[in-house]
Design a protein around this ligand. Structure first.
Ligand code: CA
Length: 219
């Protein structure tokens, strides 16, 4: 899944970036409100982690602009612990949830998972599909009750397909969810990871739609 991190503090930004990438999210990081606006107008994200106090353009302004363009991307705002007024203003401006700084890393990741789940129209934390069970929080996968070990990248290519069964994602769309701006993309990476998933979870889960891309069929 592809995330936009908007954070002007270098130390915090680098720390959060590391945590998010460690969870296999593809993350783009911008450090001011104008860059955030630009990224949100040109790229498609699954979630935005938005600091409110930003140079050049305030986080609230970025958020209002985003919602006025009817962009429904889930937004998690970050505020100081005592900034209740900011949190209320942020939620009323279209944010979906908030986290307080300094971050509790586990809480941050749990809130991100919850928002991604809700954005996909799900409430259940574990994916269940035809005998296959996948838990994004623990990265545990089982087939017919037997544990299977997926690599980080295999997991990352499978998750966007799994959250919306029946929806086709092209190779380019999957690449966007796997890699952020700075990563080097090898041309057949998506195919390689999908091949790996099929070997471990069976050939039926990820289907190729010729000329269009891939899908996980509806049950
Ligand atoms: Ca800030």
């Amino acid at each position: 899944m592809r995330l936009l991190l908007v954070e002007d503090d270098t130390m915090i930004g680098e720390a959060v970036l590391q945590v998010l990438r460690g969870e296999n999210y593809a993350v783009d990081w911008v450090r001011d409100g104008v860059m955030a606006d630009e990224a949100l107008r040109t790229e498609q994200y699954d979630l935005v982690l938005l600091d409110l106090g930003l140079p050049k353009r305030d986080g609230l302004e970025v958020l209002r602009g985003l919602r006025s363009r009817r962009n429904p991307v889930p937004v998690l705002i970050a505020t100081a612990r005592d900034a209740v007024g900011n949190r209320i203003a942020g939620l009323d401006a279209g944010a979906d949830d908030y986290v307080v700084k300094p971050y509790d890393t586990d809480e941050l990741l749990a809130r991100i998972r919850a928002l991604l789940r809700r954005a996909a129209g799900r409430a259940e934390p574990v994916f269940e599909y035809k005998g296959i069970s996948l838990n994004p929080a623990t990265h545990e996968a089982t087939v017919g009750g037997q544990p299977v070990s997926l690599s980080a990248r295999e997991w990352a290519v499978l998750e966007p397909l799994l959250v919306r069964p029946g929806a086709v994602l092209s190779r380019a769309q999957l690449e966007e969810k796997l890699f952020s701006w700075k990563d080097d993309i090898s041309s057949n990476a998506v195919e390689v990871y999908i091949h790996g998933v099929r070997k471990k979870l069976g050939n039926d889960l990820i289907q190729t739609v010729r000329g269009l891309g891939y899908l996980v069929p509806k049950e």
